[in-house]
Design a protein around this ligand. Structure first.
Ligand SMILES: Cc1cc2nc3c(=O)[nH]c(=O)nc-3n(C[C@H](O)[C@H](O)[C@H](O)COP(=O)(O)O)c2cc1C
Length: 178
């Protein structure tokens, strides 16, 4: 595997975007949760793509995840809190050099940013190089969905698939980092 797409996701929206990015990238890319993307797995990757939802203008915390989980109701998909937060995963990031790309899922509007920039900052501090600018994928305001990934606005998975194709092109035409 030369590309790992690691994600945090409560209702499956960021997970679906991660799967689409890996799908667009094609052979050699695998999307996985934070607990699967161990340092041993990363050691074999040329490119690490990481994404998380925006919670309160930043990466989710245990507290923001719990507050959302507390509002779970019957008939809706329960929030998945079984994997470590992206924030905790980034705290254990092995040092680069290696290529990275960051993304987030968010609502449209002034409150819709924060996670991708926070991810980028952490990768950069660990000695990784950005292969592309951070990307955002948009969802509706609705927090409780009746099916996984139902918050994504139309066209977002296609947009993610196309970004995956583009990332493959960039990796193929970019020299290895020393
Ligand atoms: C506690 C909480 C706070 C949120 N705060 C923001 C925010 O500040 N800006 C934003 O754009 N979206 C915000 N959202 C919406 C999330 O970005 C949205 O739930 C997420 O993209 C869904 O992805 P997931 O299904 O992968 O968790 C918030 C959601 C929750 C649960």
């Amino acid at each position: 595997m030369d590309t790992v797409v690691v994600y945090e996701s409560m209702w499956g929206n960021t997970a679906a975007i991660a799967e689409s990015i890996a799908g667009g990238y094609g052979d050699g890319a695998v999307a996985m949760t934070t607990d699967k993307a161990t340092p041993a797995v990363l050691a074999r990757a040329r490119l690490v793509v990481a994404g998380a939802p925006v919670h309160a203008l930043n990466l989710p915390t245990d507290a923001t995840r719990e507050s959302a989980h507390a509002k779970d109701s019957p008939g809706h998909v329960p929030a998945d809190l079984t994997h470590p937060t992206m924030r905790d995963w980034l705290a254990t990031l092995p040092a680069g050099p290696r290529w990275y790309a960051a993304f987030e899922t968010r609502i449209v509007g002034p409150l819709g940013h924060g996670s991708a920039d926070a991810i980028a900052k952490r990768f950069s501090a660990a000695g990784y190089e950005a292969i592309d600018r951070p990307h955002s994928f948009t969802v509706t305001m609705r927090q409780h969905t009746e099916a996984p990934a139902a918050m994504l606005l139309p066209g977002q998975e296609q947009h993610a698939f196309e970004w995956g194709i583009h990332l493959r092109h960039l990796v193929t035409h970019t020299p290895e980092l020393e």
